[in-house]
Design a protein around this ligand. Sequence first.
Ligand code: ATP
Length: 235
Amino acid sequence: MLRIDGLNVYYGHIHALKDVALEVKQGEIVTLIGANGAGKSTLLKTISGLLKPKQGSIIFESEDITGRQAQLIVKKGISHVPEGRRVFANMSVEENLEMGAYLRRDKKEIKEDFQKVYDLFPRLYERRKQQSGTLSGGEQQMLAMGRALMARPRLLLLDEPSMGLAPLLVKTIFRMITEIKATGTTIMLVEQNANMALTIANQAYVIETGRVVLQGSAEELRASDQIKMAYLGGH
Ligand code: ATP
C-alpha cells in the first residue's frame, strides 16, 4: 500500500532522515519505534506532505505522492494525527469532527461516519457539545483520532497517541487502535511505548538518528535481545 525508498529529509543542515526505506501492507499496523529525536515524527510529516524530502520516493497505492501538497495527500486517503493532539480548542467536539470531513462532499456518508466515530468513542458522543479545549488529555486524543477518521482514510498515521496518558487510558487507546484496524484501516503507529506497540503491530521498524537500524515482524522484534535491552526495559 505504501512504499518508501531512499528517503532523505533535512531541516536546514540537520540530516533528519537518512536513506529510509519501508513498506506498509494493506490492513496491517506498522509501528516505528525509537528514542526521542530519532526522526519518527519527521517521517510521518514527510508522508503527509508537511515536509518535503530532498531525495527519495513515497509511493501510495501505486501513485507517487512524493513532495505533493498536504491537502492532496489527505484527499488520496492518508490522515495524520500529529503528536500533542492538536484539536481546535474553541470548537465543540462535533465541530472538530466536522472539520475532519471538510474535503468531502458525500453528505450521507459523512453522517454515517459520525455515527461510526461515536460508536468507536462513546465518550465523544457524550461530550459532543463540549468545547474541545476543556476535554481531558485522553478525550482530546480520542477526538484527534476521530477527526482524522472523518476524512475516511485508508492509511492512518498516528504520532505517539499514548503520550502523557495514564496507564489505564493507554490501554483504552491501544484497544481503539486495534478496533480501527479491524474496520479495514491501515495504520502507521509511532510510539515510545514499544512494548504496547509491538503487542498490537504486525511489522515494526526501529529508527535511530534518522536511520532504520532494524526491521521485522513485531513478534521477531519483541523476541530480540537488542530490542529488549534498548526499548523494553531490559528484561
Ligand atoms: P520524539 O519522539 O521526541 O518526537 P522523533 O523521533 O519523532 O522524536 P523528530 O521529531 O522526527 O524525532 O526529530 C528528528 C530530528 O530532527 C531531531 O534531531 C530534531 O531535533 C530535529 N528536528 C525536528 N524538527 C525540527 C525543526 N523544525 N527544525 C530543526 N530540527 C528539527
